[in-house]
Ligand binder design. Structure first.
Ligand code: COA
Length: 377
């Protein structure tokens, strides 16, 4: 008998508070706060750039600070030429998240101030990462369609430049508005799996690029940010709205997960859903694809009625990105292009907390086994 056997395991770390944070609060009752601001008060009223500033500086910027931050971000959107070549050389079958994970790691090799771990240097590094992740995503997309990436324009905001670089033409006002909303809604979300992974890495005093690389690998999984791609597969598989009931019931009968539904924390509707549902309704209305919107509403109703669970961020975000012309394998990279702001904010907060995140485990293996040399096995 060992004292380890008395340890209580909290499976999946459910409800375990691993650290204190001031950055965001996911309220199980169905609210989300960034630095104390309810997201409902931010979406549609601020730009994504303001939210990124809020997350890393822990307060909203004034006009001058915002302009300077936006200028810094846009001027940092350039990648080293060698990296652009690497991205172009990536085989077309490689998933964009794999490329993104590798290229963010590679960014660390080009950090001009890698030995400076001061708070000021970390803020500069955070700003560069917020700027460069979208550039990697845009460069990869453009390379896959054999097109060059436009040079960011000083007369465009940061998010507008991301869309400009991704699509290759200046964004229309309504497109940019949707992008800001999408990016704001994806920017941070408490101690979700990828953020926690980033904080674990940062807690060893590893560099910010390592923390973000860890986070990207974690976000990629279909139970986390990878779900959006699976949502699109499901919507395509279902076909017409009249097949929704049978299809969903089939998944439930097989005890399969419905992608884009359910949440570890929210007991009520995910507060991001109402914004995304509205975005999708508008986009489908303009694109005359309301049948798709109606199909989503029907899925939502049936899943809620039969499992009492709600759509999460990924359900309507997938449809919104699809309507914006983002290829489905780029859904999670788009998510990453926003969540990077949350990850770097949490990495900085973790450095400030200065404690190693290292849980224990409950050992359930054997003791006292008799060793047998390899020749006798
Ligand atoms: N489809 C069907 N049933 C689901 C479900 C889903 N998407 N999500 C949760 N449930 C059910 C489970 O089957 C379980 O039911 P049971 O108690 O009858 O066995 C119950 O709800 C609890 O689910 P569980 O998987 O234990 O919750 P969790 O907190 O561990 O998981 C998620 C949370 C997000 C991983 C889970 O909801 C999921 O896998 N969703 C689909 C993937 C997804 O959309 N991920 C993006 C998250 S933002």
């Amino acid at each position: 008998m060992n004292e380890e056997s008395d340890r209580k395991v909290v499976r999946g770390l459910k409800d375990v508070a691993a650290a204190e944070t001031r950055i965001s609060y996911v309220d199980p009752k169905g609210y989300l706060y960034y630095l104390g601001y309810n997201i409902d008060d931010l979406v549609g009223r601020v730009t994504y750039t303001e939210v990124a500033y809020l997350l890393i500086h822990k307060r909203l910027p004034n006009r001058q600070e915002l302009d300077e931050f936006c200028t810094d971000l846009v001027s940092e959107m350039k990648l080293p030429n060698a990296m652009v070549r690497c991205i172009w050389d990536t085989p077309g079958h490689v998933h964009p998240m794999d490329v993104l994970r590798t290229e963010v790691s590679r960014l660390g090799e080009y950090d001009v101030e890698k030995n400076d771990l001061s708070e000021a240097a970390n803020l500069r590094r955070a700003t560069r990462l917020i700027a460069q992740v979208p550039t990697i995503v845009a460069t990869l997309h453009r390379s896959r369609i054999g097109q060059p990436v436009p040079v960011p324009r000083k007369d465009f905001g940061f998010a507008e430049n991301f869309l400009y670089m991704f699509k290759g033409h200046p964004p229309k006002e309504d497109e940019a508005d949707v992008l800001h909303r999408l990016l704001i809604l994806h920017a941070d979300h408490g101690f979700n799996a990828s953020t926690f992974a980033a904080r674990v890495t940062a807690s060893t005093n590893a560099d910010m690029y390592s923390a973000v690389t860890t986070a990207i690998g974690t976000l990629r999984g279909p139970l986390h940010g990878g779900a959006s791609e699976k949502v699109m597969d499901m919507l395509n598989d279902i076909g017409l709205e009249k097949y929704v009931d049978e299809y969903i019931q089939g998944l439930l009968d097989e005890k399969m997960k419905i992608m884009g539904f359910g949440h570890r924390v929210y007991m009520a509707e995910d507060p991001r859903t109402k914004h995304l549902r509205g975005i999708v309704e508008n986009l489908c209305h303009h694109k005359r694809t309301l049948d798709l919107y109606n199909k989503c509403i029907k899925i939502e109703g049936i899943v809620h009625e039969r499992k009492n669970i709600y759509p999460n961020l990924d359900f309507y975000a997938a449809v919104a990105m699809d309507a914006m012309g983002v290829p489905k394998e780029f859904f999670t990279p788009f998510f990453t292009s926003s969540r990077i702001a949350g990850w770097v904010a949490h990495t900085i907060e973790q450095y400030e907390d200065a404690v190693l995140l290292r849980p224990s485990s409950k050992y359930v293996g054997e003791f006292g086994r008799t060793f047998v040399p390899i020749e006798e096995r």
